[in-house]
Design a binder for this molecule. Structure first.
Ligand code: GSH
Length: 209
């Protein structure tokens, strides 16, 4: 298995957590997003979308973190990243998708760069934009996980929801979001940090950090 990633990419961070939770060895190939490595000709030939993560396993070559994690889940079902009950699976996916479909795409590097370079937003407006969409999503998740009593987003085992949440918390801190209004999210994130798979996947431990 080979993962094209960038140490600070939250989407790649999700895949790294899933790989470590499942105990799977994977070669990492760093793509330097700040230097535009995602737009290099040889990388685009591999992944025409010009984003990380990108993943290869035998004759499979695929992007999109959630598709990669689905593949890992289907090919290496243990430990499961989704609960057994279909209703619970839907609950977990709903949290993961708030992050992966509603927060992250609005706050991705290319979107923030577009706001600044093409639409003339200064850094303050860029920050306001980031904070707005992050807070919207986190407010919903906080309400969904509060009073559930589990150590993770859903129950006492890590799931796809935590895999998406932890990288987004990392990114929120990087953009100096006040996490005070989200005590349950903070508690879950702190708990995940104690788990080896999450710790090993953390940005500061990746090549290029
Ligand atoms: N929906 C995609 C998002 C991938 C994505 O946007 N990756 C970011 C890093 S977190 C990226 O490569 N950004 C490069 C850019 O914006 O130019 C996924 O989940 O894999």
């Amino acid at each position: 298995m080979r993962l094209y990633d960038y140490w600070r990419s939250t989407a790649a961070y999700r895949v790294r957590i899933a790989l470590h939770l499942k105990g799977l060895a994977c070669e990492q190939v760093p793509i330097d997003l700040r230097a535009g490595g995602q737009q290099a000709e040889d990388y685009l030939a591999r992944n025409p979308q010009g984003l990380v993560p990108f993943f290869e396993d035998g004759d499979l070559a695929v992007g999109q973190s959630l598709a990669i994690i689905d593949y890992l889940e289907e090919t290496h079902p243990e430990p499961a990243l989704l609960p057994a009950d279909p209703k619970d699976r839907a609950r977990v996916r709903a949290i993961a998708q708030i992050i992966a479909c509603d927060i992250h795409p609005l706050n991705n590097l290319r979107v923030l760069q577009y706001l600044e370079r093409d639409l003339g937003c200064d850094q303050l407006k860029r920050m306001i934009w980031y904070h707005r969409w992050l807070a919207d999503g986190f407010k919903a998740i906080e309400a969904m996980v509060r009073d559930k009593g589990g150590e993770f987003c859903f129950g006492d085992l890590p799931t796809l929801a935590d895999i998406c949440l932890v990288p987004q918390v990392y990114n929120a801190k990087r953009y100096e979001v006040d996490l005070g209004p989200f005590p349950t999210i903070r508690r879950i994130n702190d708990h995940c940090q104690q788990i080896e798979a999450f710790a090993k996947a953390a940005p500061q431990h990746q090549p290029g950090a």
